[in-house]
Ligand binder design. Structure first.
Ligand code: GLA
Length: 379
């Protein structure tokens, strides 16, 4: 039996994302260009009725994917106070309260169709759906521009994952039919029309089905290497490297030089991709995707054989460009493909995976979808 919906209940959807280009640039104060996916997380919140008027609030949380009901109390609102999936919810409540929002006691129920562990930002979708729904319930006028950083703090400090600002900004600020051109230093955004279908193209997302083992460690190491390189070069962040050759000449180890080269050239590729999209130059977009992949593979060293194979085979089967998207070490590959070649690319990748003994890849065509929004009715 389902419980009756309480007066004042509301539901917010927040999407997962794929990043078109600009990988590992966000924590270097650089540029990124994500789109929101149609796959999304929905958080339904309602005031907890029957609570004593005095006394501390609490939050009762259920998720369609998990059998347990979690109860979050004020005592849990310290980093690490709750672990597992509910940490993302508790972290958002904690971060909102730290930002001065009086979060009312609530019942929250969560549902999601964002694949987990595929590099499509299921965590950010959860954080942003909960954050948006609780802001609505609290009646706060917290500006949209400030919300992604609050969700990011929940993940960085409460959950303990050192991610940048891209995923949460994408989940909150993307618009349907557009890619979000984000300057991660200023937080300034520009909506860039993104409609490959208008040119007879599709953006195919191929899930390599490779689990993200050891990803967090590797991610933290890349981040630390960039910060150390910026310090050695005397700049606030790698975004500020203007003369790449001069910077490389000042660094003495090869690994650091390659990390810096990835970040600096990747920032340039984001700017070039925005130009190419504005000009409707899809072949150039494809070439930039492929160059980005080579840079992640050879300089940043965050790809794995399954994703490299998907990229290679997609290109051989006629894709205009292909690259891994997201943090790396598995996850998804994007391929920009003529609509007429989608099936050819899909089956070529599936055959190559079978021949290599890899798990069969899954794929879908992504359309640039809406960022976080309130649903007209409660599910
Ligand atoms: C993960 C992080 C993002 C970003 C990407 C790489 O998705 O959460 O902040 O750093 O990796 O571009």
């Amino acid at each position: 039996m389902t419980a009756p919906v309480a007066a004042g209940a509301r539901a917010w959807a927040a999407p997962g994302r794929v990043n078109l280009i600009g990988e590992h640039t966000d924590y270097n104060d650089g540029f990124v260009l994500p789109i929101a996916l149609p796959q999304r997380t929905v958080a339904t919140v309602e005031p907890l009725s029957g609570e004593p008027l005095s006394g501390e609030p609490r939050w009762v949380v259920t998720s369609a994917g998990h059998p347990d009901t979690m109860v979050v109390t004020v005592a849990d609102l310290r980093p690490g106070g709750v672990t597992g999936w509910a940490a993302y919810v508790a972290g958002v409540i904690w971060a909102l309260r730290e930002a001065g929002v009086d979060v009312p006691a609530a019942r929250l129920s969560i549902e999601s169709d964002v694949p987990m562990g595929a590099g499509l930002s299921s965590s950010a979708a959860l954080e942003c759906a909960v954050l948006s729904a609780l802001c609505d319930l609290a009646g706060t006028d917290l500006p949209i521009a400030q919300r992604p950083a609050i969700a990011q703090r929940a993940e960085n400090i409460y959950v303990g994952v050192p991610c940048g600002i891209m995923d949460q900004t994408a989940s909150i600020r993307c618009q349907a039919g557009h890619a979000l051109f984000l300057d991660c230093r200023s937080g300034q955004v520009e909506q860039v029309p993104f409609d490959p279908a208008s040119a007879g193209l599709a953006l195919l997302v191929i899930d390599s089905r490779t689990p993200h083992q050891h990803t967090e460690n590797e991610y933290a190491q890349r981040r630390a290497a960039c910060e150390a390189a910026a310090a050695a070069l005397g700049v606030p962040a790698l975004r500020d490297v203007d003369d790449l050759d001069a910077a490389l000449a000042r660094l003495d180890d090869d690994v650091t030089r390659r990390r810096v080269r990835h970040v600096v050239t990747e920032n340039e590729r984001v700017l070039s991709t925005v130009e190419a999209l504005r000009a409707g130059d899809w072949p150039a977009v494809g070439r930039l995707f492929t160059a980005s992949h080579a840079s992640m593979r050879d300089d940043y060293e965050i790809t794995v054989p399954t994703v490299d194979l998907a990229v290679e085979v997609a290109l051989r089967a006629g894709a205009l460009g292909a690259r891994m998207t997201g943090g790396g070490f598995g996850g998804c590959v994007l391929a920009l493909v003529a609509e007429t070649a989608v099936e050819t690319v899909r089956s070529a990748v599936a055959e190559a995976y079978a021949a290599a003994g890899y798990a069969s890849p899954t794929s879908f065509e992504a359309r640039a979808s809406a960022g976080a929004h309130r649903l007209a009715s409660v599910p």
